[in-house]
Design a protein around this ligand. Sequence first.
Ligand code: BES
Ligand code: ZN
Ligand code: ZN
Length: 494
Amino acid sequence: SVHLPEPRVGLVLGVFEKEGEEDGLHLTEAAAGFDQTLSGKLSELLKISGPALKQGKSRVFYGIHKDFPCVAVVGLGKNNEGVCGKENWDTSKENIRQAVSAGCRLLQDLEVNHVEVDACGDAQSAAEGAALGLFHYDQLKSKKKTKVTTQLHGSADSASWEKGVAYAEGQNLARLLMEAPANHITPTAFANTIEEKLGPHAERVTINKRSQSWIEEQQMGAFLSVSRGSEEPPVFLELHYNGSPDSKQAPLLLVGKGITFDSGGISLKPSPSMDAMRADMGGAATVCASIVTAAALKLPVNIIGLAPLCENMPSGKATKPGDVVRAKNGKTIQVDNTDAEGRLVLADALCYGHTFNPRAIVNVATLTGAMDVALGSAATGVFTNSDWLWEQLHKASVVTGDRVWRMPLFQHYTRQVTDCQLADLNNIGKYSRSGGACTAAAFLREFVTAPHWAHLDIAGVMSNKDEVPYLRKGMSGRPTRTLVEFAAGLAHDS
Ligand code: BES
Ligand code: ZN
Ligand code: ZN
């Protein structure tokens, strides 16, 4: 094979479509500067190589600059598109993420080791596109993709760039945990990984990895009923991030569903795509990754993270349909379907979470297949009793492009779970499977007394085929960046 000089350095530059001109191009500041040092060679090559670069398209030029053997030019679409009310996101930012990720990936395929990236007018979005686009889970393969390091090019806004890298690395940590096979990321391994990631921030962080005996003392009968069938011990992970200098500030409470594998239990799931249920700890992964990110960014806010971690497995000891269990708050639950386990582990975690008097509670869970049916991968479904909390989450999601959509919490759905034959509550809808995401939310609400609570159902956004162009196929780590941006917003709002 050909021997390539090492290290190979590449450059990603952006171009906008020119307003009102069919074939016109408008170089970004960095691209224009680069063009100038080459006496207009770049714009000339862009013209002769084909039609004007459309949004999301890219082209690579070789050997035009001695420091950059490979230069990828990427199409950013129209300049200043800004926030789009219909799409509920910032189109300019989203275009930058998409274009930069495409450029970085092209260079990665050319085995370039180091890429300098044009800020394209928004260094944070450019960094997110680069770091999210280059992530690829190949830990367990012998043949690995080229490791690419990145660096901001031709801009002084390194603070925004670093912030974007941190946001994306947070999401990549969640992707890593979700994608990893369930025999690698057991409840214990999950907790250890998070502990390790928080190691550098020990000054502001305390970690409790609660064992089975603690969970029993806490009388978390609903959580334990899910874990019963598994040979892996459950872990109740509790993280405290004290980022606010005012230590009296009430904490934000984040709770994540942490089923490291959901077989369905005795209500066994069908085999096709059951492997995807290794990501049923996506709530715990995004919540814990966002706390790791908050700590890395030293956000001035107090956050408590809770993750009930266990497997949901069938066995001779497993919970059976019709069994009645008792949650931490004393409510009894008839488990008519052992595959509706997420709401059970969250019920106990929510009860426990109230003891910290949080300013807001946000729980995140791959809770229902019905959520995927409702919205697909377009947005996370948000069920909340608080208009204020909705505003905060929505505002954050417009910035990140990782969207949320508000769902209803009607009494209509509560009746589905409170009319129960043997116990206070049933864990599935009594009358109908329709609106299953709403029924599950209504069940969780039975364990909430706080005035500012939101439940994020992320089943639909759990994995990516090609819907989000800057994420490769695989587990998505969504909506980690939205959670971080939301927490950052609370820091200003205290
Ligand atoms: N983890 C699943 C939900 C899920 C399905 C997440 C597909 C991501 C992709 C959850 O525990 C589950 O199995 N829910 C049941 C509830 C039903 C039994 C009421 C479901 O959605 O079918
Ligand atoms: Zn399930
Ligand atoms: Zn599940």
